[in-house]
Structure formats: C-alpha cells, structure tokens
Design a protein around this ligand. Structure first.
Ligand SMILES: Cc1cc2nc3c(=O)[nH]c(=O)nc-3n(C[C@H](O)[C@H](O)[C@H](O)COP(=O)(O)OP(=O)(O)OC[C@H]3O[C@@H](n4cnc5c(N)ncnc54)[C@H](O)[C@@H]3O)c2cc1C
Length: 420
C-alpha cells in the first residue's frame, strides 16, 4: 500500500510515522523547504533561535508527549512559564497577569467575591472536564462568554480573556464554549515546555527518518478508479491512498470535488503577524507587557537573559517580540516587509516606551502566518461531525481536534487509523 501524505507539519508527520509502523510505504510531500509546519523555528546563530509558530507544549498533551517518548525526544523538553507570565497593561498601569490559580488568589485585580466566584466555577468545571483537552459537546453550541458567565465578569476580563485570546488569535466573543472549557484546566494545573534547539527540532528529525520531499507544493488531489492522483508542478503521480494534512481551507482547494470540501471550506483561520528582534547587550530585567484590551497589538514582550519565552538567545542579548491580533495582522500579510515591521514597532513603542529602537537591533525577523490557527467558533465541533472520513482520501490537521500541536498529533493518529 503506497500512501501519500500531503503536508509535513505535526499532523502529517504523525500520520506518516504511524502508517509506516503499520506496514504502509509512505511518501510525504511538503511545500516548504523544511518540515515542521507551524512549529517552524528560525535560527540566527549558535544558541539563538526564535520559535515563529508554536512556542510551547503542555503537560496536558498526552499524545504528543507519548509520541516524543516513543521517538526518544523527551530529553529536549525544558520547563517554561506560559506566555502571560508577564504583565497586563490596564489603564496605563502594569499588573502581574493572574494566569494561574496561585496568581488569581494573590492578584489585586480581583476582589474577594470575584475570586470566590471564579474558584467555585473552576471547581465545578474540573469535576466534569477531563484534563486532556476533551471536548464536551454539550457546550459547543453555547458561546464561550455564556458558559463563563458564572465565573463572573471580573474573572472573565482579567483572567480568561488575557490568557486565551493571545494563543488563539481570536476574541472570546466568537469562541465555542466547549473550546474554552477544555482549556480552563491549563490555568489550574498546566505545566509548559519549550523544546531545546527549537520547537520544530523533533519534527525535523522525524522527517529525516521518513521519505519526505520538501519544496513540493501539491496543486490537487483526485480520486480515480482504485488510485489517487496527486498533481504537483512536476507532473502527476499515483498512489493507493492519501492523507491530506494541510490547513482545512487549503485542503478544500486541493480536493474541491471531495464530499468533505463543504465542511473544510467553512473553517476560517485567524492570520497572525509578529515581529522578533534581538540585539547584543544587557537590557532591562525580564519583563513582558500584555497590551490589553488587545486592540492593535496583543503583546509586547521585552526580555534579557538566555531563555526567551519564544526560543533562546545567547548570554548578554536582549530580545523583543511584538504579536498582533487577527484584526491587525490581516492588513499586514501583504504589506512590504519594512512597512509591516515599522507599523508593529511603532505600535509596540506606543504601548511600551522601554523597547529598543528598530535600527539598533542585530536581528529583525517578521513572521507572517496566513493560517495561524482555526477560529473555533460556536458550533464548530458540531459542524465537524458532518465530515465523513473514509479511505482512500482522509483529512487531518489541528483543525480536526484542537487548534494546537496536540490536536494535530491526535488528528494524525485518527487519519492513520481510518486508513488501516
Ligand atoms: C504563531 C503561532 C503560535 C502557536 N503557538 C502554539 C503553542 O504555543 N502551542 C501549541 O500547541 N500550538 C501552537 N500553535 C499551533 C500549532 O503550531 C499548530 O496547531 C500545529 O502546527 C498544526 O499542525 P498541522 O500539521 O495540523 O499543520 P501545519 O503545522 O500548518 O502543517 C501543515 C503543513 O502542510 C504544508 N502545506 C500546506 N499546503 C501545502 C501544499 N499545497 N502542498 C504541500 N504541502 C503543503 C505546510 O507548509 C505545512 O508544513 C501556534 C501556531 C502559530 C501560527
């Protein structure tokens, strides 16, 4: 059985690895020049890299941690503090972000009544919600803000909104209640890890052990009588089965005739643009600023010291990360790079005047993701149930399970199971 896997992100590589283990001959086609997808790390010299996509893995990622253990890759996991470990900028004042239960208890941003309401909400939620990102479908058709209402307005604004709007690049207003509930445990018990050498390091090593062809952008996938035809700029090739492991809207374009196309094309993505800069020299002590409410810039993080939240800098460097929310990112996607950099920089400087000047940076790197994460809006998981997955073409990607690496890994396992 010769299976083609389209896309060498965590979903495609997990599917390829699993299928190979079950006796398939597997060829992976990847459009970019390296494997890893949205876990891509950009390297700027020895001990200096920036994780341009995924920045952490979590203790509640059982499938990912299991796969990394199977691949003998867990030695590279380094504990870190979740983004949000910085400060919240509220009405011009900086406050430690209350993004864990201990910080909620200690914060001055919530009164005693607010804290009691939030803790009661969390206790009730944790009785029902398992710790492994399980989706409780009873809450999928209910907007996140409605499911959170018993936690109280103050906790929603000060705890939940700052913690989740950054990673999901979406507003709480449009998220599914089931999504937010499945992540609330992260606040209570989550531990987070960076990956030594960059987030994509284990994925690139896995890719090296597989037949992965990079720089091959697939143009279409079609089902024939007993075969799959995959068209690339080099011509068309036939396989027995296919795993399409690309963002859902891309998958819909590759296989427009497939029965799954209407569901796939209905999945929207939040774009994300961010700017990473670093320069030699000791800066101010480690500190992060979460501009909030996140209108034009979601976060401005300024730090010195080796372990940056989004990669690693050598000794005696300082670094800066400016992340834009979806609304700001969209118009920056096609703008000239220098213009996009200066817009983000100016915005960041308005929020945090301590940042160093763009002209003084030794490294400036603009990151633009058109498909950063799927927007998991109200009713999302119910709509996914209409997707029929059957051989010879199956679809996978984070959009199928959860908008994170764990979702991608689980989706890759699901795709492999459908084909075997
Ligand atoms: C800025 C950012 C921060 C994030 N932070 C985190 C985080 O901290 N923790 C976390 O768990 N998750 C995070 N995520 C999400 C995580 O990166 C994704 O959920 C995960 O990478 C999805 O894996 P995937 O395999 O489904 O898709 P991808 O990683 O996108 O892989 C899809 C692959 O398909 C390839 N491809 C696309 N079109 C074609 C084509 N036509 N032909 C051939 N190949 C094609 C792409 O080049 C890509 O390599 C973040 C994402 C972004 C963008």
């Amino acid at each position: 059985m010769h299976t083609v896997v389209i896309g060498a992100g965590p979903a495609g590589l997990t599917a390829a690895h699993t299928l190979r283990g079950r006796g398939h001959r597997v060829t992976v086609l990847e459009a970019e020049t390296t494997a890893g997808g949205r876990t891509h790390s950009e390297h700027f010299g020895k001990g200096h890299w920036n994780d341009t996509g995924a920045g952490w893995l979590a203790s509640f990622y059982p499938e990912t941690l299991g796969l990394l253990a199977e691949l003998r890759e867990t030695g590279g996991l380094r504990p870190m503090r979740l983004r949000g470990g910085g400060d919240l900028l509220l009405d011009g004042d900086l406050h430690p972000a209350p993004n864990s239960l201990a910080r909620v208890l200690g914060t001055g941003l919530l009164g005693p009544g607010d804290k009691a309401r939030f803790l009661a909400y969390m206790a009730a939620l944790m009785m029902r919600q398992r710790g492994d990102l399980q989706i409780d479908m009873a809450w999928d058709g209910i907007p996140a803000l409605d499911t959170l209402a018993p936690a109280g307005r103050a906790a929603i604004e000060r705890v939940v909104r700052p913690t989740f709007e950054g990673p999901f690049f979406s507003r709480l207003e449009e998220m599914s209640g089931a999504l937010v509930r499945s992540w609330m445990r992260a606040i209570a018990t989550g531990r987070f890890f960076q990956v030594d050498g960059g987030m994509d390091a284990p994925w690139r090593r896995l890719a090296a052990s597989l037949d992965v062809r990079t720089g091959v952008r697939v143009e279409s996938v079609r089902e024939g009588a007993g075969w799959i035809e995959v068209v690339t700029p080099d011509g068309s090739h036939r396989y027995d089965t296919a795993v399409v492991a690309v963002p859902a809207s891309v998958a819909a374009r590759l296989a427009p005739e497939h029965a799954a196309a209407p569901v796939l094309s209905g999945i929207r993505y939040a774009p994300h643009v961010r700017l990473y800069a670093a320069r030699r020299g000791e800066g101010p002590p480690r500190s992060g600023t979460h501009a909030f409410p996140n209108d034009t810039v979601a976060t401005v993080e300024l730090s010195s010291g080796r372990g940056g939240a989004w990669g690693h800098v050598p000794d005696h460097w300082e670094w800066l990360l400016v992340c834009a929310p979806a609304a700001t990112s969209a118009p920056l996607l096609d703008l000239a790079e220098s213009e996009a950099c200066s817009r983000l920089w100016d915005e960041a400087a308005r929020i945090d005047p301590r940042i160093f000047g763009l002209g003084t940076a030794d490294v400036v790197h603009l990151v633009r993701w058109e498909h950063a994460v799927p927007v998991v809006d109200t009713g999302y998981f119910s709509r996914l149930r209409e997707l029929s997955q059957r051989p010879p073409i199956v679809f996978c990607g984070d959009w199928l399970v959860q908008p994170c690496v764990e979702g991608a890994v689980r989706s890759g396992r699901i795709a492999a199971a459908v084909l075997t």
